[in-house]
Design a binder for this molecule. Structure first.
Ligand code: GLY
Length: 427
């Protein structure tokens, strides 16, 4: 099978690595890819928003399956255009991708279908005054979310009325999130452990992959600003077999059913961000794609034929036996540039990427190759990921952490507590 992956981050490197492993894959292209994906496939310099460039390439190369990594091309309708040309795609249509692209759409869908999530209200820029009146009577903290996609930055936790007013001003007056912030969802703050679940679906049937936990803040102990994700581990002990059944029955199944009934059947990976509250799992957010960095720890835990899983879903009947959990554990430390998630410098040489242990995969995210050297080129630079045969997070963490000490670039930053919540958790 001739396969194309769209994207250029750590998630796409992990996808490329896993897809290249499958005997079903005869040729793999990554558009545009990164220096890491080049090690397992052929990078083609076509940007993810060049939809016609992508379509022409797929037609010329007789591509059997396209796997779309990031949300933007999905929301912008790349799947719809490829499908119209007869090309199979793993990734939802633009209508189904509204589950991530429009937070208010996802919240209304959940409310109408009794899917557990935080209570909420939606306000437009035109209802600025009503939003202020509402904020004056709620209890704090409260969460304010830009309705559209805002590169992981559009979520503000307001601790007081003053904070909340400031957040609204950022959205409605300063347009800090562009048009994504012209509408906001204001929702009740939830507390508990967070978990990320991937449902692989043909629009009706689905399987759930091992649950992961992301670490969104920049500093240890969940301090500092929100980022795209500073590390993850899987499986997380906070989601057991019983809670997985509840998640499948009360969240994933009714969500897919509702989308199908709205003539927006969802094909691809439905990312479900959960808060495990005292009243049970509740949805924090849905994303229309694999998570990053969670993909980097979930995929190494799968045995079987990953390509068969994706292709069967794209082809209308997901093969639920194509992959299964291999019994192991995986921990990923993201190494970021100094200053990230604010401004940062790029272009520092990365040393120590060779001769790492076989239980380590280094997924490239913000890197570029210049004259044979690997240089930093983004905020999140690398995902250093370990995997163990047994479900031993302590060992997995140790291996990943050892590997990091062998890697160097100027200003590199990483958290040291990835997976500690699980390690210290007593069941
Ligand atoms: N790790 C969070 C996300 O992929 O959105």
């Amino acid at each position: 099978m001739r396969i194309v992956i769209i994207g250029s981050g750590g998630r796409e490197h992990a996808l490329a690595d896993k897809i290249a492993e499958s005997k079903t894959c005869s040729k793999l292209f990554i558009l545009p890819g990164n220096p890491g994906t080049k090690q397992v496939g052929v990078n083609i310099p076509i940007a993810q928003d060049d939809h016609w460039g992508i379509i022409n390439f797929c037609l010329e190369q007789k591509i059997d399956l396209v796997v779309i990594g990031p949300e933007k091309p999905l929301i912008d309708g790349l799947t719809d255009k490829l499908v119209k040309k007869g090309i199979k795609v793993f990734g939802p249509s633009s209508r189904a991708a509204r589950i991530e692209g429009e937070k208010s759409f996802a919240k209304h869908l959940m409310k109408e279908n009794n899917i557990p999530t935080a209570a909420f209200e939606v306000f437009n820029k035109e209802n600025y005054d009503d939003a202020i009146i509402y904020l004056n009577k709620v209890s704090y903290p409260i969460v304010i979310k830009a309705d559209g996609i805002a590169a992981g930055k559009g979520v503000i936790i307001a601790k007081s009325f003053e904070d909340a007013k400031e957040a609204l001003k950022e959205c409605f007056v300063n347009s800090s999130f562009g048009s994504a912030g012209d509408k906001v969802v204001i929702e009740k703050f939830m507390s508990g452990q967070e978990a990320s679940i991937f449902a692989i679906t043909d629009g009706f049937d689905f399987i759930l992959l091992p649950a992961a936990q992301d670490h969104k803040r920049i500093f240890d102990g969940d301090h500092g600003k929100n980022t795209g994700g500073m590390g993850a581990y899987a499986p997380t002990p906070f989601v057991n077999v019983q809670s997985l059944e509840i998640i499948a029955k009360e969240i994933i199944k009714p969500t897919l059913k509702a989308l199908k009934e709205m003539d927006s059947p969802y094909v691809g990976c439905l990312y479900c961000g959960l808060m495990l509250t005292n009243q049970g799992p509740k949805v924090v957010e849905f994303n229309c794609r694999f998570g990053d960095p969670e993909t980097q720890v979930v995929l190494p835990l799968l045995k079987g034929n990953f390509v068969e899983l994706l292709f069967s879903a794209a082809n209308g009947k997901v093969n639920k036996g194509a992959v299964s959990y291999n019994g192991g554990a995986s921990v990923c430390f993201v190494i970021s540039s100094k200053g990230y998630p604010n401004t940062y410098e790029k272009g520092f040489e990365i040393l120590g990427l060779n001769h790492l242990p076989t239980q380590i995969k280094v997924y490239h995210a913000g890197t570029k190759e210049v004259n044979g050297k690997i240089l930093t080129s983004g905020g999140r630079v690398l995902g250093v990921t370990s995997f163990t045969e047994k479900n031993d997070l302590i060992e997995a963490k140790r291996i990943a952490y050892d590997a990091i000490t062998k890697i160097h670039f100027d200003g590199m930053h990483y958290r040291k507590d990835i997976s500690d919540k699980a390690i210290h958790y007593k069941n």
